[in-house]
Ligand binder design. Structure first.
Ligand SMILES: *Cc1c(COP(=O)(O)O)cnc(C)c1O
Length: 366
């Protein structure tokens, strides 16, 4: 059975290490903001090549707190993509700011620079690119564009754990960057979890206070805050799972190459394969085809599950319809939403699973 998560097929030694970590937290009798969180934060900052990581409750909170700590607030606009999880836009709204939707690049599905330039106005305060599907692109150009316009750059890294451009890792470019450790992400907890990474000590401190009611120390409330702490239990599990992440990431890249190899002979007029830059971590392996819905039904009839990321671009979702968008429209985001299909892609798939899926796609294409 080919599954979408692979949780049932994880290595036995990973499972044993996770159970041991859980037992140790339960027996420690210390469940909130202790050394497991400190240890994971240090390990995650090191993995991202940043000075600081601050664990929070989930990815959406990480985005909100990263934006707030970067100085985004009421009256500000933040330009982002319509091809993302709703959490990206909800976090902007929760920070008190207003999202503005820019279109995507037709090849990568990532935020389009030309479109962002059309969306920048007198109230624009920040740009929020999403490293969709695990790919990191043009970060030097984004940094240059942001500084030229006096904007903050906050990265949504929820799909891009350990993704790289050159030798720099996702999360190390923006003023602050947000990670989700939702279970199905490349690094996932056993429940909800997230983190903000940054090189700025003031931003790190600000997020540290904000996640814990705005306290600088117990009962000293310096800022407005929320309750968005990372649990000791999730932190301990994340530290264990982090030890497998490099191998799992390598495996995702291998599977993507295998898909590419089997699918390279198929009719490209009908279908396009995802780009494959070196640092892509393939959170998803996404193809596009005009016959997406037919292909999806065909694969399902063969017991091959698929997903769509995302079927409706965010500017068409009812609560977000009134927000501003690129005056030229969001043609590519709409086209992508109508044609994209995420094939199974997780580190527990075998070579023969991927060959089965790819051959079914090839067969359909005929
Ligand atoms: C998963 C995800 C989020 C939200 O993370 P949660 O932990 O579920 O709050 C935000 N942005 C993107 C791009 C995501 O994929």
């Amino acid at each position: 059975m080919i599954s979408l998560s692979g949780f049932g097929q994880e290595p036995a030694d990973l499972r044993a290490a996770m159970l041991q970590a859980m037992t140790s937290v339960v027996d420690s009798h210390h469940y909130i903001l202790g050394h497991e969180v400190d240890n994971f934060e240090a390990a995650w900052a090191a993995a991202c090549g940043t000075q600081y990581a601050v664990g929070v409750g989930n990815g959406m909170d990480a985005l909100e707190l990263a934006l707030r700590a970067s100085g985004v607030g009421p009256g500000d606009e933040v330009v982002t993509t319509a091809m993302s999880a709703a959490a990206t836009v909800l976090a902007i709204i929760r920070a008190g700011a207003t999202p503005v939707f820019a279109d995507i690049d037709s090849e990568t599905g990532l935020l389009s620079r030309e479109s962002v330039l059309r969306c920048i106005g007198p109230r624009t305060k920040g740009i929020l690119p999403v490293h969709l599907y695990g790919q990191l692109r043009d970060m030097k150009e984004w940094l240059a564009l942001s500084s030229e316009h006096g904007l903050v750059l906050v990265e949504d890294c929820a799909q891009a754990h350990l993704a790289k451009e050159g030798d720099r890792v996702a999360g190390s470019f923006g003023s602050a960057s947000a990670f989700s450790f939702y279970p199905t992400k490349n690094l996932g907890a056993v429940g909800d979890a997230g983190a903000v990474v940054t090189n700025n000590p003031e931003i790190a401190e600000s997020v540290r206070r904000a996640r814990n009611y705005g306290q600088s120390r117990q009962y000293a409330h310096d800022d407005f805050g929320v309750n968005s702490r990372l649990d000791e239990l999730q932190a301990a599990l994340l530290s264990v799972r982090l030890r497998w992440l490099t191998a799992f990431t390598r495996r995702r890249r291998e599977l993507a190459s295998l898909y590419r190899e089997v699918l390279k002979g198929t009719n490209v007029g009908l279908m396009s394969l995802p780009p494959d830059p070196e640092g892509h971590v393939f959170h998803q392996f996404v193809i596009t085809t005009e016959f997406r819905d037919e292909l999806r039904s065909f694969l399902h009839s063969r017991q091959i599950p698929t997903l769509i990321h995302y079927p409706t671009p965010l500017h068409h979702q009812p609560p977000f319809r009134s927000f501003k968008a690129d005056p030229r429209g969001l043609h590519w985001a709409e086209k992508h939403a109508a044609t994209c299909l995420s094939l199974p892609c997780h580190p527990q798939l075998s070579d023969s699973d991927v060959i089965t899926v790819a051959e079914a796609v090839a067969e359909f294409s005929k």
